[in-house]
Design a protein around this ligand. Structure first.
Ligand SMILES: [Zn+2]
Length: 268
């Protein structure tokens, strides 16, 4: 039998909470560390839909990447979004845990999962962290060079489909060998990634940064924030399964928490 503490402790060892950014919120959000866990649900965001799914599949613990509360709150009354999540989780005996920037910085972490999904080899951090193998973003090589158009197709095929799809900036015939990736919002790494890679795959790139950057050499692929971090959800579920699989069953959420739900283009 495993309890909430055992799963949290395992995750804390792989994603040390003291490596999270100072502004971040990580760890146990609600729940009793001593409570027994027989089923864990893994998702990217602790939304109401995910909590309802957890109730339905009888999960005792929900592990997400994003926190429920990023800033301080005075209360958790049920008439607030976060409060409803906490109420419904507690009243159904469900604990919530998240690993956010500590999972971004770890190795293997969020960007390793993305790099692996895209087939990159020989990966190293774009911006080194506390150890040479940890840090933000990853840069690696494609086993075989592709054109930007071919690689973009591969990215679209490898990530979960989202309403927004992926956007590309660059010459479709450009040859791609070195690929930089950052799961989640990778705008802050653009200058470093662009100096090292033939293409940078991330999400939430800002218009003016991309516009200015277009003068540069590195192509850009902007995918959904949800899609670039989704591979980590699968990876962390596999991690818990490999270490606690004899006592805990692991389940990956079927809910697409990407808030973007439609995509329209004018026909010209
Ligand atoms: Zn994120």
């Amino acid at each position: 039998m495993a309890n909430v503490f055992d799963v949290c402790d395992l995750l804390d060892r792989h994603f040390p909470p003291d490596t999270a950014e100072a502004w971040d919120s990580v760890g146990l959000i609600c729940g009793d560390p001593a409570a027994t866990v027989s089923r864990v649900l893994f998702a990217l965001d602790p939304t109401m839909e995910v909590i309802h799914e957890a109730i339905e599949v009888r999960a005792d613990l929900v592990v997400t990447h994003h926190p429920l509360f990023l800033t301080g709150v005075h209360g958790v009354s049920r008439d607030t979004l976060g409060g409803r999540v906490v109420h419904d989780a507690i009243s159904h005996g469900i604990a919530l845990f998240n690993a956010h920037t500590n999972a971004d910085h770890a190795n293997p972490g969020v960007s390793d999962a993305l790099a692996h999904t895209l087939g990159l080899v020989e990966c190293a951090p774009i911006e080194p962290g506390v150890t040479p193998v940890t840090g933000a973003g990853r840069i690696g090589r494609l086993p075989k060079t592709l054109t930007l158009a071919q690689f973009a197709e591969q990215v679209a095929e490898s990530l979960p489909s989202t309403a927004g799809g992926i956007r590309v900036a660059g010459d479709p015939n450009r040859v791609i060998d070195m690929v930089a990736v950052c799961g989640g919002s990778g705008d802050f790494l653009l200058p470093l990634a662009a100096a090292l890679a033939d293409v940078y795959v991330t999400s939430d790139l800002k218009y003016h940064r991309v516009l200015d950057h277009r003068q540069g050499e590195c192509a850009l692929i902007d995918a959904s924030h949800f899609a670039t971090e989704w591979p980590w959800v699968l990876a962390v579920a596999a991690l818990v399964h490999s270490e606690l699989g004899s006592s805990v069953s692991t389940l990956v959420s079927a809910v697409r928490t990407d808030p973007w739900t439609g995509h329209y283009s004018s026909r010209d």
